[in-house]
Design a protein around this ligand. Sequence first.
Ligand code: DHB
Ligand code: FE
Length: 280
Amino acid sequence: MATLVGGITTSHVPAIGRAIAQGLQNEPYWKPFFDGFVPVRRWLHDTARPDVVVVVYNDHGLNFFLDKMPTFAVGAAPEYLNADEGWGIPQVPAFRGEQDLSWHLIESLVADEFDLTTCQEMVVDHAFTLPMALLWPDQAWPVRVVPVCINTVQLPLPSARRCYALGEAIGRAVRRWPADQRVLVLGTGGLSHQLDGARAGFINKDFDLRFMDSLVNDPRWATQYSTHELVEHTGTQGVELLMWLATRAALGEHVREVHRNYHIPISNTASGLMVLEPAG
Ligand code: DHB
Ligand code: FE
């Protein structure tokens, strides 16, 4: 059976792509952000050693647009291409899909009564590509991938409780995948940020830190909030923290915190980073 080696949760911001392209990692603005990933890469290389990454993220209008918006979508493609989103950042090389896990996950989640959209063609945006580029800066991608996409773009969104349940079901499915493979779950989004409207620039450090703490010892804490309450607390795009919640849920009841970083702001976003290992 497969081994679920751990979870990484991180923010995603298009400006990271520009910073990488321009080699700004050691500039004062960027250094506290990029330095957070050094221990994560060491953990990946020395301890986690994943073969496959399940990437839980939210598309921003590249693969899905407002005309067709699945609540939950799972990729089942042989490869996933990046494409121009209009941010002016270079595209990254294609990702190899792990189709056997894709179909195992799809069958298991549907059996668990999640009504999914399955995608045998799928392009992936900055929410997928930039966290991968932070984990593997040479962009040679030593892992195969399965994208899991959660709608945070167009109302109505799935509840925190539903995303937690999805994550639990992903964890069960991965552990039952009959393959001698090491699987990492990578959740990308959040933390607090709002890109538009009267509260543009809104950040809530107190809530973010409380949320990060909760993932270690009280992982269902955020499920007490409705979507609208989460938007109130974290901003319209802060609701992307649902990716963190699903990722945490996949790891089981108990986890060990390996690493965290929190830095304000990167562009308009409170950028967070955590590494968690299943425990017990
Ligand atoms: C920003 C943050 C995001 O999550 C995103 O998808 C796009 C932009 C930002 O802070 O600039
Ligand atoms: Fe985003």
